[in-house]
Design a protein around this ligand. Structure first.
Ligand SMILES: Cc1cc2nc3c(=O)[nH]c(=O)nc-3n(C[C@H](O)[C@H](O)[C@H](O)COP(=O)(O)OP(=O)(O)OC[C@H]3O[C@@H](n4cnc5c(N)ncnc54)[C@H](O)[C@@H]3O)c2cc1C
Length: 397
């Protein structure tokens, strides 16, 4: 009888989390197999905003700069609330725009160069946690010493571990459409963010070379008509209609406090590692993929794969703390009651906006932003009394 194929690490999913995990694990000399149901290049619905934080992780993991042409740099941003301009900022820390079609194929190629074996176009039909094995759709069984679930928001690995990949009551949902490129070069230099385009969420317009990625996203439970939100948002942008929009879940504010069990780990969206205010997930996907591979390598070296999840949990404490603080700040940013206060504090303070941008760039962490906002809240609440008496309107999405 043939022996069952056995690998040090099997990674399910070849997005940023899986590619990062594969590159790190292969670089550490482990026998790595990455499986993805898609063939690459493949699309993933995403704004394609790669922050300075993500770039830092990219450099750390792949030990190089991104290739020429992968990103378009933007150093200006415009904020709106309910259609009202809240300010434009120039010379903010750079934001990098890309298409996931290109980015993810590139990341996976880097993982292969590092020595990881990849099997794409292969769906996993079943996972048997008790036997440390999974079965591909064609019936091939594969054993693992450590399994990393980097298979996105609908993760089969999370389902095998916890019964379901996410809680429908707390999940986010986002819709996007690629619109024509912006004609005005000055407007096209700036990323646009619209608070209020969705309830407990926002809208975005990311101007790229060949198109403008326009989307809205927020908590699904609070946005029963998310399609209507995107139609209305697209109408305010006057760039075309939103017919043909696409949607995808966004694990937005309900991350796993235990991202794994025994020798099975969850990274990226599979662990819910998406910032509940900004919706940014690529940076945390790269970082958690790296940390999952590093934890797996260490426990395998020590001959105790069952210790992987405990080590990984402690190594991802910084990510979970950042997400927890963002969850605490979220009602200040998104709740209807706080909207006038938030807009006053945000609009009236270049320091708050600047800190928000530096936070996206990875230069400061959420605690600094929390402190800055908290200090400004009493004065902003006082000034916003007039707004609530009707001098200023905050249209509902
Ligand atoms: C509309 C939208 C806009 C967004 N915009 C941004 C943004 O601008 N910037 C940002 O930082 N983040 C953004 N995000 C979040 C970001 O897209 C995710 O956080 C990020 O893709 C997570 O990476 P990942 O590797 O964990 O998962 P994914 O990128 O989802 O990759 C998962 C991979 O697993 C594979 N897979 C799934 N199931 C299986 C299976 N059973 N067998 C084999 N393979 C499987 C999939 O084919 C896929 O390739 C956005 C999300 C949405 C929905």
């Amino acid at each position: 009888m043939d022996a069952i194929e056995t690998r040090d690490i099997v990674i399910l999913g070849g997005g940023p989390a899986g590619a990062a995990a594969a590159a790190i694990a292969a670089g550490l000399g482990l026998d790595v197999l990455l499986i993805d149901k898609a063939r690459f290049p493949r699309d993933k619905l995403c704004g394609g905003l790669f922050t300075g934080r993500a770039l830092g992780e990219y450099r750390r993991i792949f030990r190089r700069d991104p290739p020429e042409g992968m990103f378009e740099e933007r150093r200006a941003i415009r904020f709106f609330l309910g259609g009202l301009a809240m300010g434009r900022m120039e010379d903010v820390p750079p934001m990098y725009l890309t298409m996931r079609w290109d980015l993810d194929a590139h990341l996976l190629a880097l993982a292969r160069t590092a020595g990881a074996e990849t099997r794409t176009g292969q769906r996993v039909a079943g996972i048997d946690l008790a036997r440390d094995s999974l079965t591909l759709e064609d019936g091939t069984p594969i054993r693992y010493r450590v399994l990393i679930g980097a298979d996105g928001v609908t993760s089969s690995v999370a389902r095998a571990l916890f019964g379901r990949p996410f809680d429908p009551a707390t999940i986010g949902f986002a819709l996007e459409k690629e619109m024509p490129p912006l004609a005005d070069p000055d407007t096209a230099r700036a990323v646009r963010v619209d608070f209020g385009a969705a309830d407990w969420g926002y809208g975005w317009s990311f101007p790229k070379r060949g198109s403008t990625t326009v989307g809205v996203g927020g908590l699904q439970a609070r946005n029963p008509d998310m399609k209507g939100n995107l139609h209305r948002y697209a109408a305010t942008l006057e760039q075309g209609d939103a017919q043909g929009m696409k949607g995808h879940f966004l694990p937005f504010g309900d991350h796993r406090t235990r991202p794994g069990r025994g020798n099975v780990l969850l990274a990226g969206d599979a662990a819910g590692f998406v910032d509940p205010i900004t919706g940014e997930g690529i940076a945390h996907a790269l970082a958690s993929g790296r940390k999952a591979a590093e934890a797996a390598a260490r426990v395998l070296r020590e001959g105790r794969p069952e210790g992987a999840a405990a080590l990984y949990r402690s190594e991802t404490r910084d990510i979970r703390l950042s997400l927890r603080i963002a969850s605490l700040l979220r009602p200040i940013v998104f709740s209807k009651m706080m909207a006038p206060v938030f807009s006053r504090s945000f609009e009236g303070s270049t320091r708050v906006k600047g800190a928000y941008m530096r936070m996206l760039a990875g230069e400061v962490e959420y605690p600094a932003l929390l402190w800055l906002v908290a200090r400004r809240l009493p004065a902003a609440a006082w000034r916003s009394r007039g707004d609530r008496r009707g001098k200023r309107n905050y249209p509902s999405p």
